[in-house]
Design a binder for this molecule. Structure first.
Ligand SMILES: [Fe+2]
Ligand SMILES: [Fe+2]
Length: 471
């Protein structure tokens, strides 16, 4: 059951250890998967479905292949399997992309799957569904899979991410990945193929937010298969917002490249109204609001605070997970930009009257700059450390975030709890009105910003559609 991934990660770790003692330049375990080029080129990603009973799959196929299926079974030999047909999308760059949603999954099971593209079948992978309301996720950001121009591939960053997944799955029983954007550096298909080449990434539900680097190309839009997508009036060229539920958590994933706060508010309002009974609301997006650790980014932070924090206050968001600054920080409980309750390392906040904003560091891409925290930050690090990851334990009773320094162990944690009869604060009419006015200005800005993006993408040689890009 839950040990399927652990067995795989132990096996991979032993191979990694073996490869560490052989001379430099020798083949590593990841090279074995990398050299299976047909499999690596598929770029298989398994993303959340609308709830735990669904998973969304996506992968690349040659242009000549026009049908796709996920074959799924509770048996590792694929006995008594079921085939689910998907849709095929043209990625505007000579490939077809398969999009398959598998539904009616049962709780607490291990499933095995293979992706079928015409006559060709992928290897068999497995994943687990959660039983009940408790599950754990790896949260990190800014993986930045990067095309190395000297070698012509993404092996160095892709292997580093695979190493992280092997370490994390060996030490923790996780069910999903929460990745807060900048999965790739130039938004290229080859980078997303590098992101997903290892079997570990195909065994975990991989929830991604779009970062500013993901929108440098257009592959992110085709590579992903997201549930409950909402493009609103003004979406970014590569996609929109989406939400899903898991246990007692409503996950709201926002495209923070898009300044149209009116769209974000409408999206959150709809998702919350459809899921009012769930205890927890968690936003994931790329840009940080309160990290404030990089001086020249403070104006961007300020703008996002003005247009987004009224929405998070209005809809009583418990936790906002971000990245972008590449500098780790956790805020106090904030409401209207002020400290509503203090948060301490190792402590618990019961009935938070506001939101905790967290920035995870980059995986493998530390900045070489001075960082300064604002007084709103409760927990931070002096260094721009790139050897970090976070495990979030979600349950009906609590959200516990624990941060680990790779090779060193745990260094920070906090827990949020909430009484069933807790009444969250209500935003004032005046602040809601001001927030909506500012949000409308953000929408106008987003329209012109998208025209600029269309121009840039066209100049860079990407085959984009004006109406799809700007609206
Ligand atoms: Fe980044
Ligand atoms: Fe970024």
């Amino acid at each position: 059951m839950k040990n399927t991934k652990k067995v795989l990660s132990i096996f991979l770790s032993v191979l990694l250890l073996c490869s560490a003692v052989v001379p430099a330049g020798a083949v590593s375990v990841w090279d074995i998967y990398w050299s299976d080029t047909e499999e690596a080129a598929r770029g298989i990603i398994m993303q959340p479905g609308k709830d735990e009973s669904e998973r969304n799959f996506s992968w690349y196929m040659p242009e000549s292949v026009t049908d796709c299926f996920v074959e799924i079974s509770l048996n590792p030999l694929m006995l008594s399997s079921e085939k689910i047909e998907g849709d095929v999308t043209d990625d505007r760059h000579g490939n077809n992309v398969a999009k398959v949603t598998v539904s009616e999954l049962e709780e607490g099971k291990t499933y095995y799957y293979t992706c079928i593209s015409g006559d060709s079948r992928s290897d068999v992978y497995s994943f687990e569904t959660v039983a009940g309301d408790s599950f754990s996720a790896l949260y990190m950001s800014d993986i930045h899979i990067t095309l190395n121009e000297e070698t012509g591939d993404t092996k160095d960053t892709a292997f580093a991410f695979a190493d992280l997944l092997a370490e994390v799955t060996l030490k923790h029983d996780i069910n999903m990945i929460l990745s807060a954007g900048d999965q790739a550096t130039d938004g290229l298909l080859t980078e997303y193929q590098g992101l997903t080449f290892s079997p570990l990434s195909r065994s975990l539900t991989f929830a991604t937010a779009i970062g500013n680097h993901d929108r440098k190309g257009i592959a992110y839009k085709y590579f992903t298969n997201l549930p409950n997508e909402d493009e609103g009036m003004i979406s970014s060229p590569q996609g929109g917002n989406y939400y899903f539920t898991k246990g007692e958590v409503l996950f709201l994933v926002i495209d923070s490249n898009n300044a149209s706060a009116t769209d974000h508010r409408n999206f959150i309002k709809k998702a919350v109204s459809e899921n009012e009974d769930l205890k927890w609301r968690v936003v994931m997006m790329h840009h940080d609001l309160y990290g404030g650790s990089i001086e020249h980014r403070e104006s961007e932070n300020e703008l996002l605070r003005m247009i987004l924090s009224p929405i998070f206050d209005e809809f009583n968001i418990d936790l906002v997970l971000t990245g972008h600054s590449h500098h780790y920080s956790i805020s106090h409980v904030l409401y209207n930009g002020e400290i509503a309750q203090e948060l301490e390392n190792g402590g618990t906040v019961n009935n938070a009257e506001g939101t905790v904003y967290m920035v995870s560091a980059s995986v493998g891409r530390a900045r070489d700059e001075e960082g300064v925290y604002s007084e709103r930050i409760a927990i931070g690090m002096e260094d721009f450390n790139d050897k970090l990851y976070n495990i979030i334990d979600f349950s009906e009773d609590a959200i516990k975030v624990t941060s680990y320094e790779r090779g060193e162990g745990e260094f920070a944690s906090f827990t949020l709890t909430k009484d069933d009869d807790f009444d969250a604060p209500e935003i004032s009419f005046f602040r809601k009105l001001i927030g909506q006015l500012l949000g409308a200005f953000g929408t106008i800005y987003a329209f012109f910003n998208n025209i600029g993006r269309y121009h840039d993408l066209t100049e860079d040689g990407f085959n984009v559609d004006f109406f799809e890009t700007v609206f």
